[in-house]
Design a protein around this ligand. Sequence first.
Ligand code: MFK
Length: 546
Amino acid sequence: MAFLQESPQLSHPYRSDRLLRALLDRTLPVDRRAALEADLDALGDYAQMAWQRACTTTRRKPVLTRWDAWGQRVDRIELTTAWLEGPQLATRHALLAAGHADDPYARLQQFARVYLYHVASEFYTCPLAMTDGAATALKASGNRALIERALPHFLSRDASTFWLSGQWMTENVGGSDVGSTETIAKQDAGGQWRLHGRKWFSSAVVGEVALALARPEGAADGPGALALFYVETMDGERRRPELVIDRLKDKLGTHELPTAEIHLDGLPAWPLGELAHGVRQVAPMLNITRTWNTICAIASMARALSLARDYATRRQAFGRPLIEQPLHVRTLADMQAEFEGAFALAFEVAHLLGRVERGAAAAHEATLLRLLTPLAKLWTGKLAVKLCSEALECFGGAGYIEDTGLPQLLRDAQVYALWEGTTNVLSLDSLRALAGNQLAALHVAIRDWLNGNDDAPAAHAIQATLAAATSYLDGHVANRESLEAGARGFALTLARCTAAALLARQASWSTRRGDPRPAAALRRFIDHGLNRLVLPGIEDTALLLS
Ligand code: MFK
């Protein structure tokens, strides 16, 4: 019999995840920790089943049928099995409701669930993220009528009453420069606002609601004059005729997610608040969806690493398994250390969000959240591509073959750096976030996290890098061009410093309980370097591109 390679097996995504379990053990009160166990275990079961199903069935994509046989415009979208299961999963496990519970641990518990569900969901988490963002933006708007109308549906624990919301911002002019939005809001004779325009990336087109940016007719140019509107997409069982789906996007990844180009031809709309400053009003939504992006990015990394580690125990080459080969093991350990840093930062943002929302955070922590949200998003988005690419290489040629299910991990990972803002947009947002006292808040937080730390060289490296970043900012703050040119390196440096300090906190806790692995992750993470500061080199940059 010729040699046949064993396939990688996915170990139980919850039971085998020592990072998630340790984080929840350290952070949650005992009663909440115990109450969460069955739910997380069930989500792990679902994720394992979904992986096995994906390995044994032909992958499908959503299909748009625009016209029926009799010439009626129908814009019907057929979804994949995981998407059809989405509303049941989302409501049974309270993937949105849990995050809005009146509890400072609500977001942590919610995002633990999201982390386990994400890969199996086939990016059903994308509209869930936007729905969570819409719920948060509605609450922030204080618009009682819309809150009473939509929130019970968004936070429903019953699939039959559950609604999804889209976030209609991106237009042909781009996803970043939202201020150039061309969609117009006009009031009809009865005073009803109606939207006219084209939205270029609508990923929750199967949803019942959307929050949309539009320029009220006659308003000035620029972002300040935009308004944020609430729209409903359905009229009973039928999609409203003023919403036309032009086509589904043919994307590099996230194939199961039906991202659409749409036209709005007088769709009824209601302003959330004042008829201006729509970007400011949508910002709470952006910060929520960016947190989802972060958690989903680490979920993809966890999946890629889990499969690569399992395969290393099965794959024999040169007379021994990969797991016994020093360079391969070193590669896996390097990936693991980076992942552990990203995991620590992602869940700190999630937990901080819940504590800030419930008024349970210290003053400096509320300030800190504004900075850590873009830092976590931009760093994990990039790292997901790097780790998923490296993980594919751990399988050799098999990692390049579609029906192993592995290439999809890499294709899908690329979206994290684009979805909800590119790395550069988020780097610039980190600068915007520093307008308050955020860097001072980070100094305080890092000092707290290092309190009781047993690794003096690590603490020294973290503090030295933070000091370097602080003097870098001081040195460039007067020159906007050079500050922007170096913004990515600056943001990555702050992200790595923060992650290292959080790893140190987890390492101290774990070491005392007899687990030396987080301390090893910390040493290796620091060994990879924290400082990513760059000299802006504006003159040379222009020369090089001339
Ligand atoms: C899952 C798979 C998906 C399928 C594929 C998807 C592919 C990608 C599709 C996409 O297009 S995703 C892109 C989604 N778009 C974005 O994420 C927006 C990116 N652009 C930005 O983030 C800009 O920074 C932003 C539009 C938010 C602001 O740019 P502006 O127009 O220069 O606004 P400005 O004047 O800086 O800020 C306006 C107000 O908002 C200010 O407050 P004030 O009016 O009180 O001064 C800002 O402080 C505030 N603000 C902006 N960002 C904020 C924020 N406040 C809190 N948090 C933030 N993050």
